[in-house]
Write a protein that binds this ligand. Structure first.
Ligand SMILES: [Zn+2]
Ligand SMILES: [Zn+2]
Length: 1060
């Protein structure tokens, strides 16, 4: 075997990107030096330790070769002793751990975490053992017993070379051969030799390497959490968490990070945004004494920041205002103060405050109520929430006596405008209309909201109120004025834009963090998982009293991270910290979320692991650090999340933990773009005929439409009215009969609300079951299947029973150290052609029609980290849904061209689809078939073949007609996509050409060159085969070809369609 230099090929190329530390251990060594002649210079003690290590290595390797069993110190002790003929004690293992900290795991973990199935089932035999286990043993004990785990950490990533990959791309240790195991043992032995050599060469002549090692080992003797109270006094003192008020500075923390044993130059980029002094401003007309007093008493506000003063002044002079400044710059004061002022003079004045989520509305309502209570003379002012949860019997009282309502656009669309006559007094007196978080309204939802706003202004004008002032706040966005104009339909000259931020901020340190190699000397083993890195950092920060929020991109990662944190903190015996960490994501019940928000706000929580559900401004108090696990959806999100840290005038920390995904890699190489690039423009489409029509039906119901309404609804009004609405004898338009009696019922502005499954925790008993959460059917299909693990607050639950009729899922809490991952496939099939369109300058066509989405979960893997423990089959019925979409067939000759260059057609098609969507402004409202790495880059041939076809479709049940729009502009979009790729300087793709933050599979299956060939071919542009580069990525070269030529899709009753 050649375990020496990796040779000049692939590997050395990879190394060139790395820092030099990996290369330093490049010394001649080979398995042939098994005789210890090279080790003559070692002190005798290390030879003895080596003997122990070799025995341990052999035992662990062979125990795990058959099956990924968790190994504990007591369980392997005697086997090791049998080989060494001497007792194995904990201090020796601790010394080995000190020598090879990244390779050996040696810690107490909860006993139940080690449960795996001891009997191996064959792949086609369903495994029910997990839930045939008796109820008693599954129930989580209050204080789990801990066992001492001892294993090699690197098996978490699997061991290349010796193992054969499963069809999933994960490693199946059960298949490790004898030869592979022997090789693994030798490799690990060499690592020991290198580690000792490094220690010896690093030890100054005045020091004794053996005592150094033994001293270091003392920190590695695991502590059983059960005995933690027996620790010496000084140890417990060390373990208390500093008060976040007294925490160290970020600079000190960073210095401390850099000397940790786990710090291996992960910081790839670091930059500081300096602290900024606050700037105050004056308003022309001073506030009344009572308002000043109220501000001081309830908020401790004695002066206004410059941006607040400018905005309040503008509102005073009758203008509309859009404020786009940083998070926590005191934006709400801007509309609260003018409201108080107004109410002082006009007790009948009313106001509407709109927030995108109920949580935000509740948060802000409480703030306003406090302010009113502190304001003598205004204490009686009634502030009410008016949302879907407001009981019907309270609604009329609110209409007649509330001065301010906190509501959302759904309610305005469906509950206020259709019943205008009930709201007439309120609307006549309406003086302020406030929309917070304006950036939230974009894409299809934004387009609906823009039309609701036009209906609203039209109704108010008709009842004689033309003096409403509109105020809106937004995160920092590229073009706040045009977005305000688009959403409200106001004249730009009536709007004052405020972007100069006068609020003070503390300094903020940004780090870009790259996971280190599992083993520096063997990059092929890959890098440590981002989750582990994030958890290590988070634990480190929390121990120092730093309040942290960790953002994860998806719910599942959020839970896996919480689970890892749980294990980590509990094995360290840090229940004091664990009790102050919570996960937060969509799906949790409103009550649970409010509780977490409250705990965060009051400072009880030290850490939150969240999805972007916490990105919006619910006040969760002062946080010191933000960690982002993976690049969030876009730059705007990145900044929004970063803005969660550093509320007061204190320094703060933002760490972007980059994952091994193309977009993360891109920003790691181009960090400037994270800080310098503008955010994307927010898109609102006012000319989508399908959406416009339903809002016109609603508007006509609110008040018959005439030609003058063009001022609200634009030039398409006439045509749609003539075609789709009902005209009376006098020329007024009324809703079409099919929309009556209530047109607003025909559309939900957030798209179709899916059926939900109720997840019930029946751990204790069915009688005392409690609802854990509710999830949409499109999630349920992939997340809950019998025998699978569902995680909630980082705690695993096993799905005991799933009833599709009652939509009820019963779960039992278990404490296992494996998770499950569904085995599934999704087919997106073009079923029927409705329209055909010419592609300019090309003989090829674009098609639009019926598309079927077919999802099937047929089993799951039991996984421990990245290793498959078991393959389980389940029988579930597929989830089939019809929608509409557009498709483009890839010309046949392209497949040949791609294959000649070893480019996978699947990669090229996937990238071409994203390249296409990237040039379409409403892409976030479309879907495409995302391809997963584990299904495309593997040797095993799949029976499933797909047509060589680009396909994008409307989300199921959305019916918004966005794909028609793409179809109607298909030539333009294709040209733009082609030009974007040609002109892009990036090497393997970036978000400006082929990568998409919306890709469900993280863009891992992609080919920039392949996408270009496809787009050129469809556009009939010349292609020079010599200029197509060969695919060089070894991972991509592996793998079957899953694409076959596309054949035409039938039309309805075989009619001949006219090419448009
Ligand atoms: Zn690019
Ligand atoms: Zn994708």
């Amino acid at each position: 075997m050649s375990t020496g230099d990796p040779g000049p090929s692939q590997k050395s190329k990879k190394r060139a990107h790395d820092d030099s530390s990996q290369v330093k251990v490049k010394k001649p060594r080979s398995a042939k030096s098994k005789g210890n002649e090279k080790l003559d210079h070692w002190p005798q003690y290390f030879h003895l330790l080596f003997k122990v290590y070799k025995a341990l290595n052999t035992v662990l390797a062979f125990v795990t070769s058959r099956k990924q069993l968790a190994t504990t110190f007591p369980s392997i002790r005697s086997s090791v002793e049998n080989i060494t003929k001497q007792p194995l004690n904990m201090s020796q293992v601790a010394e080995l751990k000190a020598l090879l900290p990244e390779i050996i795991n040696f810690a107490y973990v909860p006993h139940n975490q080690l449960r795996v199935n001891s009997v191996h089932k064959s792949a086609d035999e369903p495994d029910f053992s997990a839930f045939s286990t008796s109820r008693e043993s599954l129930v989580l004990a209050e204080e789990p017993e801990h066992v001492l785990l001892l294993e090699f950490a690197e098996s978490w990533k699997g061991v290349p070379g010796g193992t054969s990959a499963s069809e999933t791309g994960y490693l199946l240790p059960a298949t490790r051969t004898l030869a592979a195991t022997t090789k693994l043992v030798e490799k690990r032995n060499e690592r020991f030799i290198r580690a000792v050599d490094e220690l010896l060469s690093a030890t100054p002549p005045t020091d004794d390497p053996v005592s150094l090692l033994q001293a270091a080992a003392r920190d590695h003797i695991p502590v059983d959490p059960k005995h933690k109270h027996k620790l010496p006094i000084d140890e417990s003192a060390h373990m208390s968490i500093p008060n976040p008020q007294d925490r160290a500075s970020v600079a000190d923390i960073l210095a401390e990070i850099k000397v940790q044993e786990w710090y291996k130059d992960q910081i790839m980029d670091q930059r500081t945004v300096e602290a900024r002094e606050g700037q105050t401003g004056e308003i022309d007309e001073p506030l009344s004494a009572t308002i000043q007093q109220a501000l001081k008493n309830s908020r401790n506000i004695t002066s206004l920041y410059s941006h607040q003063a400018v905005a309040i002044g503008a509102l005073n002079s009758g203008k509309n205002v859009i404020i786009s400044t940083s998070t926590a710059s005191g934006k709400s004061v801007i509309y609260q103060i003018p409201l108080l002022r107004l109410l002082e003079y006009d007790p009948h004045a009313t106001a509407i405050f709109v927030y995108p989520t109920k949580a935000l509305a509740q948060d802000q309502k409480a703030a306003l109520e406090n302010l009113l209570l502190a304001c003598p003379g205004l204490e009686h002012i009634q502030v009410s929430t008016y949302d879907g949860d407001t009981p019907t019997d309270l609604r009329s009282g609110i209409r007649s006596s509330a001065s301010v309502i906190f509501t959302n656009f759904d309610m305005i669309h469906a509950s206020i405008l259709p019943y205008e006559e009930l709201w007439r007094t309120f609307l006549k007196n309406l003086k302020f209309f406030v929309v917070d978080e304006l950036h939230y309204y974009s894409g299809m939802f934004g387009s609906h909201v823009a039309l609701v706003m036009r209906r609203f202004r039209r109704v108010c004008a008709a009842i004689g109120n033309q003096s409403i002032r509109f105020v809106s706040c937004s995160a920092t966005i590229s073009n706040p004025l045009s977005h305000m104009v688009n959403i409200f339909g106001l004249d730009a000259t009536q709007i004052q834009v405020v972007t100069q931020d006068g609020a003070p901020t503390g300094s903020k340190e940004y780090l870009i963090w790259r996971s280190p190699y599992i083993d520096n000397s063997d990059p092929q083993l890959g890098r440590e998982s981002g989750i582990r890195q994030a958890v290590v950092l988070m634990v480190f920060l929390m121990k120092r009293g730093i309040r942290v929020i960790l953002f994860c991109k998806i719910r599942k990662v959020c839970e896996l991270t919480m689970k890892t944190l749980r294990t980590e903190l509990s094995s360290e015996g840090r229940h004091d910290i664990l009790n102050r960490v919570q996960a937060y994501r969509g799906g949790y019940s409103a009550a649970e979320r409010r509780q977490i928000e409250h705990d965060a706000f009051t400072g009880h929580l030290l850490g939150i692991v969240a999805t972007n559900a916490l990105e919006l401004g619910v006040d969760i108090g002062a946080l010191d650090a933000v960690l982002m696990l993976g690049f969030p959806v876009n730059i705007a999100s990145f900044r929004q999340q970063a803005g969660r840290a550093g509320r007061r005038k204190r320094d703060s920390l933002v760490v972007f933990v980059a994952e091994a995904l193309p977009i993360d890699q891109y920003y790691m190489s181009n960090p400037n773009e994270l800080f310098d690039e503008g955010t994307d423009d927010l898109i609102v489409d006012l000319e989508n005929k399908i959406i416009l029509e339903v809002h016109l039906q609603c508007a006509a119901h609110e008040m018959p439409i005439c030609s003058q309404d063009k001022q609200y609804f634009g030039p398409l009004l006439k045509g749609i009215c003539q075609e789709k609405l009902h005209r009376d004898g006098e020329g007024w338009y009324h809703p079409h009969n099919k929309y009556l009696p209530l047109p607003s019922k025909h559309i939900s502005i957030r798209g179709v609300q899916e059926d939900k499954y109720v997840l019930v925790d029946v751990t204790k008993s069915v009688a005392s079951a409690r609802i854990l959460e509710e999830i949409e059917i499109s999630r349920a299909i992939f997340e809950v299947y019998e025998g699978g693990i569902f995680i909630h607050q980082g705690r695993p639950f096993i799905v005991q029973e799933l009833n599709h009729d009652s939509k009820l899922v019963k779960l039992i809490q278990v404490d296992v150290n494996w998770t499950t991952k569904q085995r599934d496939f999704t087919d997106v099939n073009a079923l029927q052609t409705h329209r055909i369109r010419e592609i300019k300058g090309s003989p090829h066509h674009a098609f639009y029609g019926r598309v079927e989405i077919f999802c099937q979960v047929f089993g799951f893997y039991k996984m421990r980290h990245n290793i498959v423990l078991d393959i389980v089959d389940v029988e579930t019925s597929p989830w089939i849904h019809d929608t509409t979409g557009l498709w483009l067939d890839v010309p046949d000759f392209v497949l040949g061209l791609l294959r000649d260059k070893s480019i996978k057609p699947a990669s090229a098609i996937h990238s071409a689809e994203h390249a296409f969507l990237n040039q379409f402004s409403l892409a976030s409202d479309l879907r495409t078939e995302c391809k997963a790495e584990e299904k495309e880059y593997l040797k095993k041939e799949s029976r499933r073949k797909r047509s060589a076809r680009l396909i994008v479709y409307d989300p199921v049940g959305n019916g918004s007609g966005v794909s028609v729009k793409a179809f109607e502009h298909v030539s333009d979009i294709l040209h733009k996509a082609c030009i974007a790729i040609k002109n892009c300087d990036c090497k393997e793709g970036c978000t400006k050409c082929i990568l998409s933050p919306l890709c469900k599979e993280g863009n891992t299956v992609s080919s920039k060159a392949g996408a270009l060939v496809i787009l050129k071919a469809i556009l009939n542009e010349p292609i020079d085969p010599d200029k197509i580069p060969y695919e060089a990525d070894e991972k991509k070269l592996k793998g079957h070809d899953s694409i076959v030529s596309a054949s035409p899709v039938h039309t309805k009753t075989a009619q001949k369609l006219v090419v448009e």
